[in-house]
Design a protein around this ligand. Structure first.
Ligand code: 13P
Length: 280
């Protein structure tokens, strides 16, 4: 069933777990992620970032994501990841997305607050949740830019949350998008200070490559939404490659099944680490 992201994150706060937010690019990924969620009885979030829409146009994949959420046997929120422009955010809201992110992390604080408030006003008539980012997560969602990481200032996070009224706040604590060059170690000292000052659920971007024990420490320290993108794309691609190598692909629909399997296995692995299973 299609649900509001606010309700999923409230459940995660009360239940002491995190909800996986899985990036998808086609129907096979949507079906694999939802199959993992249904099998484990886990609530999940389906998301797509604005920079990916050149491959998967929002007017096409958006209705698919919303329809798949409605059909699912578990609660599914549908989220626009890293919204950058107001027309895209408005289109996502009109298609029935139950959550949108505005990423103003590259803007000066005052401008980030002003723009986020504008997006919150747009989302309000739809009842959709709003996520924003403060500090700067390293890399970029599609790997096209090498953005330097800048850890979130806890006092700024408190002011940002109070003045914008966002429903979820993405923080930078040593995380970066894409595959890490070295094993990342997150700044739990900063996360604890943010958690003590900010009541809204916190979001961890750049989930690919974070150690399982660090994920667990994250969801015990206020992180309630964890974004996974690169790991999904890599798992799908690897699953297809392995199926070819094993001689399993005899025609198009074997390829289709291998894609679904890759997305399913990756989502299931993360749902287990995030302790989301059984909370649907
Ligand atoms: P990864 O590609 O590192 O998993 O990051 C996902 C993300 O944060 C999308 O917003």
């Amino acid at each position: 069933m299609l649900v509001n992201m606010k309700d999923l994150l409230r459940g995660a706060q009360e239940g002491g777990y995190a909800v996986g937010s899985f990036s998808v690019a086609n129907m096979e990924m949507v079906r694999g992620v939802i199959a993992a969620a249904e099998e484990t009885k886990a609530p999940i979030i389906l998301q797509i970032a604005e920079v990916r829409l050149n491959h998967s146009p929002l007017a096409l994949i958006g209705p698919l994501m919303v329809a798949a959420a409605k059909e699912a046997a578990v609660p599914v929120a549908v989220h626009l990841d890293h919204g950058l422009t107001l027309p895209t955010i408005k289109l996502a809201l009109s298609l029935g997305f139950t959550s949108v992110m505005f990423d103003g992390s590259h803007l000066p604080l005052e401008e980030n607050i002003a723009m986020t408030r504008q997006v919150a006003a747009l989302a309000r008539p739809y009842g959709a949740a709003v996520e924003a980012e403060i500090g700067c997560v390293g890399g970029s969602e599609d790997g096209s830019e090498d953005i330097a990481m800048r850890c979130t200032d806890p006092a700024q996070a408190e002011r940002f949350a109070r003045e914008t009224g966002v429903d979820a706040l993405a923080v930078a604590i040593g995380n970066a998008h894409g595959n890490y060059k070295d094993t990342p170690h997150l700044r739990f000292d900063i996360l604890e200070r943010i958690r003590d000052l900010v009541e809204v659920p916190l979001v961890l971007h750049g989930g690919t490559g974070i150690l399982p024990e660090e994920f667990v420490r994250c969801y015990k320290t206020g992180i309630k939404k964890i974004n996974i993108a690169t790991a999904t794309f890599d798992a799908v691609e690897r699953s297809v490659r392995e199926a070819y190598a094993a001689g399993e692909i005899k025609g198009y629909y074997d390829l289709h099944s291998a894609e679904i399997r890759g997305a399913y296995e990756n989502a299931k692995k993360h749902i287990e680490i995030f302790a989301t299973g059984g909370h649907a």
